[in-house]
Design a protein around this ligand. Structure first.
Ligand code: PGA
Length: 255
């Protein structure tokens, strides 16, 4: 009942020309099927080129960040309206690199979620604990706070476009993946917290992606877990072959 979403977070990689060629390859391999939602998130400067490259396919385009305000004195930033102009329909919000390197807190991330929804973009709210937090037994408390504060003011009737990505910080770009059981445990808790906020029916419909060193070799096991509804993939999304292989795996995985 929840369609898998396989999303590529290209981070600060790919020029517009490189992005167009990667997007074309992804569209060629995965862009004519409707069984799995496929999303690519290139950097801002490559959005237009990537959107053009996938225009006659089912591939969706997302941004990696946005500012909550519509316009104004925010040097270096981009608004939801500017993103929509480039056929962007999703936006990553609160990625751990934004939280740690750019000091974004839950309140600011919440403003972005609310602004994305108001501007008809689907927010992918990223949450996850650091290694230190996991080792000191704080995983549940940290992730619950990120969910509750990130989604503050989002009503049940606005829940439909929201996607959650659970990305344990210690697994991002490190080659260390959470075991399927570790990931499932947190995903199930997230669904319970979503249920507290929105009721069980809305929580059951919400997609919760796993992110953190997901690759073709471990995608099957992760996607096979009952509460894992897709992946947010960094490193392994920069190459069409491995990314498309994970779309295939999602197509083959029955729940
Ligand atoms: P990774 O990144 O797949 O390279 O670990 C995931 C992410 O940061 O979204």
């Amino acid at each position: 009942m929840r369609k898998f979403l396989i999303a590529g977070n290209w981070k600060m990689n790919k020029t517009a020309a490189e992005a167009a060629s990667l997007a074309k390859e992804i569209a060629l391999g995965a862009g004519q099927q409707h069984g799995v939602d496929v999303l690519i998130c290139p950097p801002f400067t490559a959005l237009a080129a990537a959107a053009r490259a996938v225009e006659s396919s089912t591939i969706k385009v997302g941004a990696q960040n946005m500012h909550p305000e519509t316009a104004g004195a925010f040097t270096g930033d981009i608004s939801a309206e500017m993103l929509r102009e480039h056929y962007v329909t999703f936006v990553l919000v609160g990625h751990s690199e934004r939280r740690s390197l750019f000091k974004e807190d839950d309140a600011f991330i919440n403003q972005k979620v609310l602004s994305a929804l108001k501007n008809r973009l689907r927010p992918v709210l990223c949450v996850g604990e650091t290694l230190e937090e996991r080792e000191s037994g704080e995983t549940a408390a940290v992730v619950e706070r990120q969910i509750r504060e990130g989604l503050a003011g989002v009503d049940k009737d606005q829940a439909d476009p929201v996607v959650i990505a659970y990305e344990p910080v210690w697994a991002i770009g490190t080659g260390k993946t959470a075991t399927p059981e570790q990931a499932q445990e947190v995903h199930a808790s997230i669904r319970k917290w979503l249920g507290d906020l929105w009721g069980d029916a809305a929580a059951r419909k919400t997609r919760i992606l796993y992110g953190g060193s997901m690759k073709p070799a471990n995608a099957g096991e992760l996607l096979g877990q009952p509460d894992i509804d897709g992946g947010l993939i960094g490193g392994a999304s920069l190459e069409a072959r491995s990314f498309n292989q994970m779309v295939e795996t999602a197509l083959e995985t029955k729940k």
